[in-house]
Design a binder for this molecule. Structure first.
Ligand code: NAD
Length: 331
């Protein structure tokens, strides 16, 4: 059941935390904190932890700084962190709360579309190392999530597209009707967002630590993460959603070649992705991208394992893909 922001007030009143730390970046402090204060007045006395907006904050150095600040402030095991922000903040706050004093309560208040439908749901936390995405992380199932769609009003249009990519992913792996609706409408609505949250929650509940079916959520993420990492090493940023859109584009091409995914549907999906996102030609970058694929967390016994589709809403996990398969796909 989805919990809304005004439920957070009651939750905090019922749980007498010794200290509450509110993790924000400069944008969520400016745009989202006032909305939170309006609904949850008790938040006013919290200690504010502010980090820089952006992926660079998902680092060991920032984790250390946050832990040090909390220790100096006298935080104990009955303290809690509220992560108010996008996926960077929920990943970082979730990670710190899972390791601080061996674990304290974490509360996510997602403020981007991507964090609402994906990053804040499912207990995965992560930080980056040496340009490799999410190499260090934990499962943090103590996380609670509270939603308020008002946060989306101040989000840049690019960030909406960023979140839409994860909604497209959920539709393609789980819900053909939702995909049809997304394809026809340029905009999302609250009901579509909640469908995605519920689908993700159900997938996670059935396989919390990703031993089997939870892997379907990695659709589009193998090549997506590799492209994102390639950009990071060039000190450039490709938005996670845009990278995932690229990953889905190429995963659909691989699905046509390896799983007989219907060509007509493949064309519609790829056209839609190309119309909506900047899909790069991976061929000239394959040598650069491939080492990131080799380092992918999901690999087993030296094999690159992809999620491919037999059809919409019919995902196949653990499909081995070799370098030559990548040579056979193109824009
Ligand atoms: N743990 C998971 O399961 C999971 C899943 C998907 C993505 N992620 C991670 O999420 C991260 C990306 O998340 P993101 O796209 O939300 O990025 P983000 O957290 O960097 O937010 C994007 C930008 O929007 C700003 N912002 C946030 N909320 C705002 C609001 N309401 N109004 C105005 N500006 C606002 C932020 O300050 C930032 O500049 C990546 O690090 C990715 O690895 C994690």
């Amino acid at each position: 059941m989805i919990k809304y922001l005004n439920d957070c007030r009651e939750y905090l009143q019922n749980n007498k935390f010794s200290k509450i730390y509110l993790l924000v970046d400069e944008n969520t402090e400016k745009y989202c904190l006032p909305i939170l204060v309006e609904q949850v007045e008790d938040i006013v006395g919290c200690c504010l932890l502010e980090v820089k907006a952006g992926e660079d904050s998902k680092s060991i150095k920032v984790v250390e700084d946050l832990c040090r600040t909390m220790i100096e402030d006298g935080a104990d095991r009955n303290s809690a962190i509220i992560s108010l922000g996008g996926g960077v903040i929920t990943d970082l706050g979730g990670f710190v709360s899972s390791i601080f004093k061996r674990g304290i309560q974490n509360i996510n208040i997602p403020t981007t579309l991507l964090a609402m439908v994906d990053a804040s749901v499912g207990g995965k936390t992560g930080i980056n190392l040496d340009g490799y995405k999410n190499q260090i992380g934990t499962f943090n199932f103590s996380s609670l999530v509270f939603y308020d769609y008002k946060f989306l009003d101040t989000l840049a249009p690019l960030q909406i597209l960023n979140g839409m990519a994860e909604m497209i992913k959920i539709a393609l792996i789980k819900d053909e009707l939702l995909w049809d609706k997304m394809q026809k409408n340029e905009v999302y609505d609250k009901q579509m967002i909640e469908h995605c949250i519920n689908h993700k929650q159900q997938i996670v509940d059935d396989d919390k630590t990703e031993q089997g079916q939870r892997k379907i959520l990695n659709f589009g993420h193998t090549i997506g993460h590799a492209i994102e990492s390639m950009y990071l090493t060039h000190h450039q940023e490709m938005l996670h959603g845009e990278a995932v859109a690229n990953g889905m584009f190429y995963a659909i091409k691989l699905s046509e070649n390896k799983q007989d995914f219907p060509h007509g549907k493949a064309k519609l999906i790829c056209d839609y992705l190309q119309k909506t996102y900047n899909i790069i030609d991976i061929k000239p970058h394959l040598n650069e991208i491939y080492p990131f694929l080799v380092a992918d967390k999901k690999n087993k016994d030296g094999h690159n394992l992809f999620v491919l589709l037999k059809d919409i809403a019919n995902p196949i996990i653990d499909c081995p893909i070799v370098y030559d398969d990548l040579l056979n796909i193109s824009l």
